[in-house]
Design a protein around this ligand. Structure first.
Ligand SMILES: [Zn+2]
Length: 222
C-alpha cells in the first residue's frame, strides 16, 4: 500500500479512489493486532511520553494520553491545503467515507475532490513529504510538550524505548535517543527491531538490543 501511494495516478479522481481506501484501512479501521494495547498496559502507570513517525492514529485509538504524544509526521485523518495557504488541518473522516462509498471504475465522483475552504486549491494529506507539510497548532503544542518532557527529565533514570525505527528517518527518533543515552549515565537505550537491532559501541553498556517481533516482545514483557 505504501509503495502504491507513490504511483503517478492519471487523474485526481483515480488518485483519491486509491488514497481514500488506503486512508480508510490504515486510519479508520482497527489495527489487526493488540500491540498498541500491550504497550499502553506496560506504560500506563509510568511517567511516559511517545514520539512517533507513524501517521495511522493507532496510539490515540489505543487510548494513549494525547498530552503525552507527539506524532511528528502528520496524520492520515487530516487534510491540508496543497499550497498551503494556511497553517490549518481539516478532519477528513466524512469525506474519506464518501469517497469510499461512491467510487466506481477506480474513480471517485469529481464533486468529491477535496478543495481548501480558504483558497479553493486542491487539498492533500497532512503528511510530511516535502517542505509543504503544515504544522498546525496541535503539532506545535505536542512538539513543545515533548521538549519539556525531555528537558525536565534529562538527567534522571530514563528508558529510551525504540520500537521498529528503521533508517528512513533516523534523525527524528533513533539518533537523538543514541545521543541522549550517551549524555546520561543513568539512561538506558532499548531497541526492539526485527532485523536491525543495534547500537553504537559508545553506549553498548547502557543498551538492550532485541532482534524480534515487537508484539511478541511486549507480550512476553507483560
Ligand atoms: Zn488553501
Amino acid at each position: 500500500m505504501y509503495s502504491g501511494g507513490f504511483y503517478p495516478f492519471p487523474s485526481p479522481e483515480e488518485f483519491w479512489a486509491y488514497w481514500s481506501r488506503y486512508i480508510f484501512i490504515n486510519r479508520y479501521m482497527d489495527a489487526p493486532k493488540p500491540v498498541y494495547d500491550e504497550l499502553l498496559a506496560l506504560v500506563r502507570d509510568k511517567d511516559y511520553f511517545v514520539i512517533t513517525t507513524n501517521v495511522d492514529h493507532c496510539f490515540q485509538k489505543a487510548g494513549f494520553d494525547k498530552k503525552r504524544l507527539f506524532y511528528t509526521q502528520g496524520d492520515y485523518g487530516l487534510f491540508q491545503c496543497s499550497t498551503p495557504c494556511c497553517q490549518e488541518t481539516f478532519d477528513n473522516e466524512k469525506t474519506i467515507r464518501q469517497m469510499m462509498e461512491q467510487q466506481a471504475n477506480m474513480c471517485i465522483p469529481s464533486e468529491l475532490l477535496p478543495v481548501c475552504p480558504h483558497c479553493g486549491k486542491p487539498m492533500t494529506m497532512n503528511l510530511r513529504a516535502d517542505d509543504k507539510f503544515v504544522e498546525d497548532e496541535g503539532w506545535h503544542r505536542a512538539a513543545e510538550r515533548y521538549e519539556n518532557f525531555l528537558r525536565t527529565r534529562r538527567n534522571g533514570r530514563i528508558l529510551f524505548l525504540e520500537l521498529g525505527v528503521g533508517y528512513n528517518t533516523p534523525v527524528i527518533i533513533k539518533y537523538p535517543f543514541w545521543r541522549m543515552t550517551a549524555q546520561n549515565k543513568a539512561a538506558t537505550y532499548a531497541c526492539v527491531n526485527y532485523g536491525e537491532a543495534l547500537c553504537p559501541a559508545e553506549i553498548e553498556k547502557q543498551s538492550i538490543c532485541i532482534d524480534e517481533d515487537i508484539g511478541r516482545v511486549l507480550r512476553d514483557l507483560r
